[in-house]
Write a protein that binds this ligand. Sequence first.
Ligand code: ZN
Length: 321
Amino acid sequence: MELVAFPSTEAEFRACFADEDQCRAYLARLKWPEGFRCAHCGGETAYFLPSKRVVYECARCGRQVSLIAGTIFEQSKKPFALWFRAIFEVTASKQGISAAELHRKLGLGSYQTAWSWLQKIRGAMVRPNREPLSGEVEIDESYVGGPEAGKPGRAAEEKAIVAAAVEKRGRGCGRVRLGLLTSVSASALIGFVQNHLDGGQIAHTDGWRGYAKLGKTGYQHIVSVLSRLDQTAAEVLPRVHLIFSLLKRWILGTHQGSVSLKHLQGYLEEFAFRFNRRHARRITHGAERLLGIAIVTPPRPFWNIVGRSPPQVKARLAALT
Ligand SMILES: [Zn+2]
């Protein structure tokens, strides 16, 4: 079946991606938008090998290529139709979905599978070479996770420093970017800003000294210092404070606060993905975007999914405590 336009309703999505052939054909079109081209001989015709499920063979030279090598689907033996359904569930829901809900909804073999799928899907929420933020941008940082208010001191190692940058669009917000920081030092904060904001743009921060050199780093720097006692930080940088309160509420709500530091970056990516598409008209918009990214996104390293940490990450986590 040739897909003329991406399905726009849940019913259409289910009908379009109901079986393996439909899903595989769609992924093949994403992988080879100009049609198949053999990386070895340049041949332009390939045959699908049904016995191998995900393998195409070049008609000219006979080389075989996997549709899903180097993507989040690699190594999964589960049907594509189930993956498509999971991607729909995660992206269509306004508040996201927990691993337990995904497990129940899809009837996946185990909670663990649902959890690792969620992690992989989050890994496909960042488009490579995405456009930097532009115009005037509010930037701030906050502590996320860890003990709730009123229980100071406990489990301090589970507190993370999260930086946020959000575009000002009139009185509202444009796009947002979030990042996990190792500290609130100038180098960490300026590094975050440089990752997400082109030089020459306007960076609006509070008076924290970590931001002091932004003006000398090629940005127009607006500093709002809390000058009056009755002024709150939320009044000075309202958009970025809104982002932090939504983020914290989402972590406490959908995920019941059970977000470990090791996996926080994935949650931040999911939050930003959903926030940046909040005005999308079609319920399938997020799924379409995510599938496009997924076909070119390498799977996350195993340690990141099972929670083991390579040495440099251990050092980074230790620095957070
Ligand atoms: Zn070939």
